[in-house]
Design a binder for this molecule. Structure first.
Ligand code: HAM
Length: 421
């Protein structure tokens, strides 16, 4: 037997029902928020992620699936959705669209060569949103309120938004300098990853998993002390609008995020659950006002978020949240001989085209077994075909709950169901 690769999942049975439900809710919300659907390739030129997500991020340093294609091109399976959407925004000149800001939503599988564990997969699905062209804090608040409204609608209420500002370029450069000066004498006491980060991306030292509880990091200078007036005002407004929208948040000054492109607002949404451990972060995002220009597009402010579907499925299961699932079918069509079978095939399509969930015996079962199968499907109505009835253009229909049965004109079947279901 060939098994699935490590860190991947088969979405089957209940999990696939949850998956579909989550993506349907997500799509419905994005449409209400007036976002447009976008699909970008699963693989892109490796350079996009090196320049986009960032050479110093753990994702690009250690986790990408890179390969050369048969034309000797360097290709990477996307580890996240933002860089591809930004590439598409620039390549398709969406910055010149009449309607601005450009608001896009997407879904898709992402690939990271992580150590597989609960909630951490090598292939996982993200649902995400990116907005281009507005630097208004109301858009930051919208990007945070959208996933919260989606979680609530799924029945997940115990969430908390952790939020921070990484400031604009100048604020961040000043802060990086101060942080490096502070960290320098302590470097020998920090882990090897932090020593590497010191040169390439000192901010990432702040959310090091190994050293996070050390006094060195606890006493480090805070980014809030280095924010420019504009960045301070931006954060204040985002928080004000979140209050207005009644979104719970907690400022977390050590939140810097694992991708290099963020500016100003960054956030992570956690679900309050002990069982989930590291995988309790069910969505995250932030502003990335420099990414479009650093990938050779025009200077364009942008903000976005993505949520992990696989983690949401685990939570819905763990908390035993019931979702509305259609467990029954509308009609089951029964027949015995070939003439009846042909009529059954025809009627089955007719009903499906008229919006009914209809099923038919395809295992050559006798009539008794077909009754049993109809019950297993929880069919609401049984359509029992009998070639004798055909001569008078009649068919027998049976309410499978009340067990009442009547003969109706074949031509009236759809109308009959429209009135009864
Ligand atoms: P991220 O924090 O890397 O951000 O991922 C977003 C979400 O994807 C996480 O909160 C988590 O739920 C899920 N996720 C990440 N890695 C895994 C994994 N290995 N297995 C299962 N689920 C995972 C981004 O990807 C950014 N592109 C978000 C963004 C959009 N920022 C701006 N726009």
């Amino acid at each position: 037997m060939i098994s699935k690769p490590k860190g991947t999942v088969d979405l089957i049975k209940n999990d696939s029902v949850y998956y579909k439900y989550i993506s349907d809710v997500f799509d419905a919300y994005c449409e209400k928020y007036n976002y447009k659907f976008i699909r970008t390739p699963i693989f892109e030129a490796s350079e996009l992620f090196h320049r986009g997500v960032g050479d110093s991020s753990d994702i690009v340093r250690k986790e990408t699936y890179d390969f050369k294609d048969r034309g000797d091109r360097n290709i990477t399976l996307r580890p996240e959705g933002t860089a591809g959407v930004v590439r598409s925004f620039i390549e398709n000149k969406m910055y010149a669209d009449i309607i601005q800001p450009v608001k896009l939503y997407y879904n898709g599988t992402m690939y990271r060569y992580e150590r597989p564990q609960n909630g951490r997969l090598r292939e996982f699905t993200q649902l995400g949103v990116e907005i281009f062209g507005s630097n208004d804090p109301l858009i930051d608040a919208e990007i945070i309120s959208l996933p919260i409204n989606i979680y609530n609608s799924l029945g997940i209420y115990n969430t908390i938004v952790k939020i921070n500002s990484l400031g604009d370029n100048q604020s961040r450069e000043n802060y990086k300098k101060a942080l490096k000066e502070y960290i320098k004498p302590h470097l020998k006491n920090l882990c090897s990853d932090c020593n590497e980060r010191y040169e390439k991306n000192p901010l990432r030292i702040l959310d090091c998993k190994v050293d996070k509880d050390s006094d060195i990091l606890k006493n480090a200078p805070k980014i809030s002390e280095y924010l420019s007036n504009d960045s301070k005002k931006h954060l204040e407004k985002v928080l004000e609008y979140l209050d207005l929208l009644e979104i719970n948040y907690k400022i977390d000054e050590n939140l810097v995020r694992g991708l290099d492109y963020y500016t100003d607002t960054v956030f992570e949404i956690e679900v309050d659950s002990k069982e989930l451990g590291a995988s309790k972060v069910i969505g995250a995002g932030g502003r990335y006002n420099n990414l479009v220009s650093s990938l050779n597009g025009p200077d364009t402010p942008a903000v976005g978020f993505a949520l992990g579907v696989d983690r949401l499925i685990s939570i819905l299961k763990l908390e035993e949240i019931n979702i509305p699932v259609k467990k029954e079918i509308d009609t089951y069509i029964m027949y015995v001989n070939e003439t009846e079978k042909e009529k059954a095939i025809y009627l089955n399509q007719l009903l499906r085209l008229n919006g009914y969930i209809s099923e038919i015996n395809s295992l050559n079962k006798n009539l008794k077994a077909q009754f049993k199968e109809a019950d297993r499907y929880k069919a609401k109505y049984l359509i029992i075909l009998n070639s004798e009835d055909f001569k008078k253009s009649l068919i027998t229909i049976k309410d499978n709950t009340t067990k009442e049965e009547e003969k109706i004109k074949e031509l009236d079947l759809v109308e009959y169901l429209d009135m009864h279901i």
